[in-house]
Design a protein around this ligand. Structure first.
Ligand SMILES: Cc1cc2nc3c(=O)[nH]c(=O)nc-3n(C[C@H](O)[C@H](O)[C@H](O)COP(=O)(O)OP(=O)(O)OC[C@H]3O[C@@H](n4cnc5c(N)ncnc54)[C@H](O)[C@@H]3O)c2cc1C
Length: 496
């Protein structure tokens, strides 16, 4: 529990807050919008912190509009930036992700979040920053300090040792503003889908994806591989009446449900961004690089979605679920186009049996949803993916947690897998079960060579990380002790 929440109304109030906190030795926990859902939301690691809620700092300023270099304060959300760009008729994309329009850009980038637009890695898009340090002084990226705003915003490495990284998954200061490189919206955006019958086809795809991304990485990014239960969670309500508390959907029921919804063992969904006259070439090159054992991908763009919708509306029966699928494809195209959507959020509510409308203002933390993300990095090699999949499926099942999977390509070498551990907090023992499942996944994953890229605040509070992990950060600990000897800023976060 925090002891207080303060909401500065201007950036220069942050230094004052730090100064008062230092005087009374009260630790601070900064949040941008505090929507770090599944990773602890706005909750500090340690008790007794004052939460510094920066969501009222919402200034947006172009450093250079032609170059797509923009400066944002912490409270700027994906939705606000979208509106800002849209009302000016600009073609720059918001680096969106599944958390939806109410999540900040800065907090997400500092946590190294990622998304579907060509700017997959959000911290990589952050180029310079300004932060209040524990002694109350202000750090500015070197070129920024020299007054060279444009170069500072265009050249992430600045000059000399790269310091900005200390503020990402590090609590070296409270970041009050940062600049980002935006990506121009490509002329053509389309999604492609593949259905895989079994795990052997999954392995074949994993091997081919390395070549697909190495050769076509400029046009194809963010390919998602999802298992049957994960796709089910997006397309059908949870069968609450047919599953005992503490248990998962049985294999036979899962089979029945996926068969009736036309869901295969694995679904591959990816996005193509390219100039319009390259689209056919990219499709052809993609198809050539996929293994012979899989069927041809289905490609959907805005024109095809319109046609599919018009045809489906004329169908007499069974058109509702098809229309739902068309809606999902349209939302995916929006996300790929840099338009924030809430389409992923109903996942957090799945176990309730009734899916909320994704158009409603959803907030899984406020609504008491039980969700923990286990999000390990998995090398893009079948000898890693195959045992990893088996490990997650058996570990989740042994704790009565639905094994829901996504493997998302971060590069042509690495996946980030996201496994949402869903539970009902009101069910006796469910919270402990979910956390025990998380700890087991982390421990078993490390044995296979797969380790989380990001972790929840509770993980650090409860010591759910293997001991050796914290030893890997000895140098940063020394730096933190030197700059924040009293542990004033976000103590305990990421081992610091
Ligand atoms: C269904 C669902 C789907 C999701 N999909 C995605 C996804 O696709 N990609 C993704 O990345 N995330 C995803 N999320 C997770 C999460 O909701 C987002 O990452 C969200 O953007 C994080 O919350 P925030 O932006 O409010 O950051 P905050 O909660 O404000 O901050 C995140 C962290 O950064 C630190 N921090 C924040 N601001 C500052 C600052 N100014 N100075 C110093 N430190 C700071 C905080 O202490 C905290 O540790 C998803 C969540 C759900 C429920």
């Amino acid at each position: 529990m925090p002891i207080a929440v303060v909401r500065p109304q201007a950036g220069d109030q942050v230094a004052k807050i730090v100064e008062i906190a230092a005087r009374f030795k009260t630790p601070l926990y900064p949040i941008s919008t505090g929507r770090n859902w599944g990773y602890g939301a706005a909750t500090p690691v340690q008790r007794g912190c004052t939460v510094v809620d920066l969501s009222d700092l919402r200034a947006i300023r172009f450093v250079d509009e032609q170059l797509g270099l923009i400066e944002l304060e912490p409270g700027v959300t994906q939705g606000m930036l979208h509106e800002f760009l849209d009302t000016r008729g600009l073609d720059w994309m918001v680096p969106v992700h599944g958390g939806g329009p109410d999540c900040s850009l800065l907090g997400n980038a500092l946590e190294r979040g990622y998304g579907l637009t060509p700017t997959t890695d959000h911290f990589a898009a952050l180029t310079s920053l300004e932060a209040v340090l524990a002694d109350g002084s202000t750090y500015q990226s070197p070129f920024r300090k020299l007054g060279l705003d444009l170069i500072a915003a265009a050249h992430r490495w600045q000059i000399g040792p790269y310091v900005e990284g200390l503020f990402s998954q590090g609590n070296f200061g409270i970041v009050t503003r940062a600049t980002f490189e935006l990506q121009r919206r490509p002329e053509h955006v389309e999604a492609f889908f593949l259905r895989l019958r079994d795990d052997s086809q999954l392995c074949a795809i994993v091997e081919s994806l390395r070549t697909v991304l190495a050769d076509l990485g400029g046009s194809i990014a963010g390919v998602n591989l999802m298992n049957d239960r994960r796709v089910l969670s997006m397309s059908r309500p949870y069968p609450v009446d047919q599953v005992e508390p503490g248990d998962i959907i049985s294999e036979s029921l899962c089979h029945q449900m996926t068969a009736s919804a036309g869901i295969s063992r694995w679904t591959v969904a990816g996005v193509i961004h390219c100039p319009t006259d390259m689209r056919r070439t990219v499709r052809k090159l993609l198809w050539r690089r996929l293994p012979d054992s899989v069927s041809r991908p289905i490609h959907m763009n805005r024109r095809r979605v319109r046609v599919a919708r018009a045809i489906t509306k004329r169908l007499p029966i069974g058109s509702r679920s098809v229309l739902q699928q068309i809606d999902s494809i349209e939302s995916l195209l929006d996300l790929a186009d840099g338009i924030p959507r809430r389409v992923a959020l109903p996942l957090a509510y799945w176990l309730r049996g009734e899916q909320p409308e994704s158009s409603a203002e959803l907030n899984p933390a406020r609504d008491g949803c039980g969700l923990l993300w286990y999000s390990p990095l998995v090398p893009m090699k079948q000898e890693f993916v195959e045992p990893y999949v088996q490990m997650v499926e058996s570990t989740c099942a042994s704790f009565g947690i639905e094994p829901l999977f996504t493997l998302t390509t971060l590069s042509d070498r690495l996946f980030d897998s996201t496994v949402p551990i869903l539970y009902r907090p009101e069910e006796p023992g469910a919270i402990e079960r979910a956390h025990a499942c998380y700890a087991a996944l982390v421990a078993e994953g490390i044995k296979l060579g797969c380790v989380p890229y990001r972790m929840s605040t509770r993980t650090f509070a409860e010591g759910e990380t293997p001991g050796t992990m914290s030893e890997a950060t000895n140098l940063t600990k020394q730096l933190k002790d030197a700059t924040d000897p009293n542990g004033l800023i976000a103590p305990g976060r990421y081992f610091l």
